[in-house]
Design a protein around this ligand. Structure first.
Ligand code: GAL
Length: 379
């Protein structure tokens, strides 16, 4: 009798767990947004704020290896996959340093790493948001590391605030010459907002380099690479052209929607237009996403509202954008990748991947799918 009860108990627990999807494991045949996602060794994927590089039939997912807090204690982790559902843990691509004077010493903040491949030098180039140890989020730098192997190890090169000494495209003489007034205006007042759009922080940082926090990379069809980041106290996105080897800035950059406070930029190109999905600035808390669109990267950008539709669109299905993945071998197939942050225990944060859909006007949007697979793009 006792034995029977025990069996029943175990059976119902198993059913309950199965129902809660806690028993899902590889091989996966679908995406399950927001759920635990196990790698080939049965561990929840640890690649937050990530981005994906496709190379020779394989996708590589790079992301922040999180622990119990948000400081980098391991570095950037990389996974590989050929089907996008099942990921193999390829180890640490960029390791934090134990040298106390290293900029990437354990305890620094390394966020949103992205990797692109440079054909000319046959080198993989990783850029990431770097905050120096013990300085909170005040350093606002971008860091770069390189490797001859896609999965690493990556060699850390340097970090800085980019575009020091340079003005953005279309900066007027007035913008350049206006007096430095960052300290005299009270934040969040109307005059301050006006000055912000006018280049308040742009001017302040022109000499020393522009702030660079949330970031992503983009390689255009002509092979030119761009670095997109939140600058000017997160009020304005900057898009900067990178050098031919992708390892430095060229000084050519564009201010995107000054004063609109966009962060978490994720970009894709579709039928000749460039789209950015970004978020507002509410830290780890989700907010409504924003869709930005332009005909050219260095042109004028428009903000067209929240691309998320339906229930919980106001919090982007409890996620914040990090990357838009171009699915290989399928037409017009893009995946929105977002993070569902868990700041109290960051390692448990999950991933919200959803297909980008297009409405009757060709406008991209995302909606919730409890589970879905790539055949969605064949319909
Ligand atoms: C978010 C940002 C994250 C992280 C966080 C820190 O807004 O997107 O990458 O920097 O703030 O509070």
């Amino acid at each position: 009798m006792k034995y029977k009860f025990a069996t029943l108990f175990v059976l119902s627990c198993t059913l309950l767990l199965a129902d809660l999807s806690l028993l899902r494991a590889q091989p996966y045949e679908q995406f399950h947004p927001g759920e635990q996602w196990l790698d080939d060794i049965g561990t929840h994927i640890n690649a937050h704020g990530g981005g994906i590089l496709y190379q020779d039939g394989t996708y590589y997912w790079f992301g922040e290896h999180k622990g119990e807090n948000n400081r980098a204690e391991v570095g950037v982790r990389v996974y590989s996959s050929t089907d996008l559902y099942n990921w193999k843990n390829e180890g640490v691509a960029l390791a934090v340093s134990d040298a106390p004077d290293s900029e990437i010493v354990s305890g620094a903040i390394i966020e949103r790493p992205k990797v692109i491949y440079n054909e000319k030098t046959d080198t993989y180039v990783m850029w990431f948001h770097l905050e120096l140890k013990g300085q909170g989020y005040s350093a606002a730098r971008t860091g770069v590391a390189v490797s001859e192997n896609v999965t690493g190890p990556y060699r850390y090169l340097r970090s800085y605030r980019p575009n020091a000494g340079d003005w953005p495209v279309r900066a007027t003489t007035e913008t350049k010459r206006k007096k430095y007034d960052a300290d005299t205006l009270e934040w969040w007042t109307d005059p301050w907002r006006e000055a912000l759009v006018d280049g308040l922080f742009l001017r302040r940082d022109q000499k020393g380099g522009q702030m660079s926090r949330d970031m992503t990379l983009f390689v255009d069809d002509d092979g030119t690479a761009y670095h997109i980041h939140s600058a000017e106290e997160n009020a304005t996105l900057h898009i900067s052209k990178l050098s031919d080897d992708f390892q430095s800035f060229t000084g050519r950059y564009n201010r995107i929607l000054p004063g609109k406070f966009n962060e978490a930029p994720a970009i894709f190109k579709h039928v000749g237009k460039y789209y950015i999905i970004a978020s507002g600035t509410t830290g780890w808390d989700p907010n409504p996403a924003r869709l930005l669109v332009a005909d050219s990267l260095f042109g004028e950008w428009q903000m067209t509202g929240n691309p998320a539709k339906g229930e919980r669109a106001d919090i982007t299905f409890d996620s914040q954008s990090t990357f838009i993945l171009n699915v290989q071998g399928k037409e017009d197939a893009y995946i929105y990748m977002g993070d569902r942050w868990e700041p109290e225990n960051p390692i448990t944060g999950t991933y919200v991947w959803l297909p980008i859909e297009f409405d009757e006007n060709g406008q991209p949007f995302i909606q919730w799918h409890e589970e879905w697979d790539l055949s969605y793009f064949d319909e």
